[in-house]
Design a protein around this ligand. Structure first.
Ligand SMILES: CC(C)(COP(=O)(O)OP(=O)(O)OC[C@H]1O[C@@H](n2cnc3c(N)ncnc32)[C@H](O)[C@@H]1OP(=O)(O)O)[C@@H](O)C(=O)NCCC(=O)NCCS
Length: 299
């Protein structure tokens, strides 16, 4: 990996942050693949090309692979970047994150966000000038005898098919606020993120009006995403989709299901409590930089 550093036109000084050349991205793959953010190396390289992907490194003269942070567009937002992965020793993190954040802003990024962080990491970022953007609560439910409810009048629920994709994205865009809307790539990644996955869509007539995605890794199940078009909310569709998903997860062998949502998403919290989910007490924090910007709101 020393080659990476020698290729730079002007060598950075020890401890300085520099952007790795795109021709060197492949060399980082062995470290990046463990994050499961990308399907494979091809998917990773495509993401880097299409989403302003950057790898910022901390210059170290005598190391195999320099400490690095991977940054890319947040979903469809080319003015918001997400810090997707950080690989650095604790004492190198501040210089790396600060340097990478400044480099992103210098390139025109309006705002940077972290992934959902546990307490201690969130405090660390806050001490570097990041500010809390949103708090996510985690809920769990032990599956018992899950029912298979009938659809509300006029609705039908079935499995997602490839041709449903555009309408699911439209439903998602209508249900969620701008910041949280899914792009095509993230939707696909969510829909294949577990060993076994379920993707159900609800229709009124021929039109998709809601969907739910979940999956199971052995006994652990996940409710990953649920959305109902605002025109069809309040009619029992969200509950029906979620219950059908829980039933499917149970049939796959899951016994415990997790879900998370924003602390202030009262409709979702109320629905999850109604379904028997309980808060675990654990929270995750997404932080933003610089503090004065506002990337968006409600999920
Ligand atoms: C959360 C959501 C999926 C609920 O779908 P829905 O079809 O409107 O929900 P239902 O009609 O099935 O309602 C089921 C329960 O949800 C809760 N609920 C739904 N809307 C609510 C609201 N506006 N305020 C408070 N609770 C609400 C209630 O507990 C309700 O039970 P009740 O009718 O006995 O009071 C929908 O509001 C939505 O798509 N929101 C935006 C996307 C989102 O936040 N998704 C979840 C986070 S990942």
């Amino acid at each position: 990996m020393a080659i990476l550093q020698e290729k730079a036109e002007t060598l950075p000084g020890e401890g300085e942050v520099y952007a790795a050349s795109p021709t060197d991205f492949k060399a980082f793959w062995p470290e990046i693949k463990s994050s499961y953010a990308f399907r494979n190396r091809r998917d990773f390289l495509a993401f880097m090309r299409e989403n302003h992907g950057r790898i910022y490194c901390l210059y170290r003269k005598e190391v195999e692979l320099p400490p690095f942070v991977l940054v890319g567009d947040w979903r469809n937002h080319s003015d918001i970047r997400a810090l997707l992965q950080v690989k650095a020793e604790p004492w190198e993190r501040e210089a790396l994150i600060r340097g990478a954040s400044e480099a992103c802003l210098a390139e025109g990024t309006r705002c940077l966000i972290t992934r959902p962080l546990p307490d201690r990491e969130a405090e660390e970022y806050a001490s570097w000038g990041f500010r809390p953007f949103c708090t996510v609560v985690l809920l769990e439910k032990t599956l018992r005898r899950e029912s298979f409810p009938r659809e509300p009048d006029g609705a039908s629920i079935g499995h997602f098919r490839g041709r449903d994709l555009e309408e699911v994205l439209e439903t998602d865009a209508a249900a969620f606020e701008d910041f949280w809307r899914l792009d095509r790539r993230t939707l696909s990644r969510i829909a294949e993120s577990c060993l076994q996955n379920v993707f159900l869509v609800a229709k009124q007539g021929n039109r998709i009006c809601g969907y739910v995605i979940g999956g199971a890794n052995g006994r652990l199940g996940y409710l990953q995403r649920l959305g109902v078009h605002p025109r069809f909310q309040g009619q029992g569709l969200g509950e029906c989709l979620a219950r059908r998903l829980l039933r499917a997860l149970q049939l796959m062998g899951a016994t415990l299901v997790s879900v998370n949502t924003q602390e202030d998403n009262l409709p979702a919290l109320s629905l999850y409590r109604k379904l028997g989910f309980r808060e675990t007490g654990e929270k995750r924090f997404i932080l933003q930089f610089p503090a004065r910007e506002s990337p968006g709101s409600r999920r």
